[in-house]
Ligand binder design. Sequence first.
Ligand code: FA5
Length: 347
Amino acid sequence: MHDSLGELQKEAVAALEKAASLAALKEVEKNFLGKGGKVTGLLKGLKDLPDEEKKSFGKAVNDLKVALEGLYQSRSQILEREEIDRTLENDWIDLTAPGTQHETGHIHPLSETQEEVERIFQQMGFTIVDGPEVESEFYNFEGLNIPSYHPARDMQDTFFIDKAPHPTEGKMVLRTHTSPAGQVRALMQHGAPLRVICPGRCFRNEATDASHEHTFNQVEGLLIDEGISLAHLKGVMLEFLKRLFKRDLKVRFRPGYFPFVEPGLELDMSCPFCDQKGCRVCKHSGWIEFMGCGMTHPHVLKTAGIDSEKYQGWAFGFGLTRLVMMRYAIDDIRHLQNGDLRFNEQF
Ligand code: FA5
């Protein structure tokens, strides 16, 4: 009996030492020391032995159990250590390695400049308003003192929409400028006094080239109140340009013609890129044509139900797309909307 115990001990010790992983070691422990294990079986069988054998064999089996448990513990510590070393060897992280760069989106230069323009005018007390891109002839023309027979309709080549005309407002068009949003819709809706800007997309049915697109962005501005003159427009524009270009600039008015303002004017600004010394952007003139503007025509005020004896004001409209081209020295307007990521990623 004791001999077979010796055999069992050899077998268990060999199996414990051979186990190469914690899982294998656990399996060996189960086979010998677990509930149905060989050593446990011997302990359970003690009760059937005669008393004189029970004591000495019982002690021997118990000694074997204690010895195997000790061996199991020390083997399991060794294997645990080996497993930790293996993990450290295989799964190490180099904290000094440079991180992976993730591609992020870019704010389009048009949106960036529009946001800046909006912020500056908001700081000066203007509200941002919007209008529809598909307009009726009434809002795009008549409400702006441009009746159907007026030659000024030809100044803005119009896209007509293939859709039933509005019962009272004429044919539907893609708006050719942002003036309907400001001088007609905002004025009709809010009345006087009013201080708004309307940035938005406009459309013209014209051949495209480096400085003309069929789709482009404008910013319309409108200020109506009592006792308003062109001096206020000059002051607002000087302040706006100073905040936008971060330097003091000059402005000058030239006569211009737009049926919805009287007098109609063009505003030029001194070139912010060469301080009027002459450069490519200002075509060596020192001045850059910036926008159309003028005192709001009494007919426009009347159409909006405003007393033109009491209230006066001015309106302006500049090309946001052209402003972006100037700021970022973009030589072809078509780059801005052709969706080429190589262009967009530069900003
Ligand atoms: C107008 O559209 C007037 N509504 C502006 C105005 C508002 C005058 C209020 C008076 C009072 P004009 O057609 O000049 O004006 O256009 C204004 C600006 O839009 C131009 O100076 C130019 O910068 C831009 N623009 C016009 N057509 C195009 C085009 N095809 N592509 C890109 N920009 C354009």
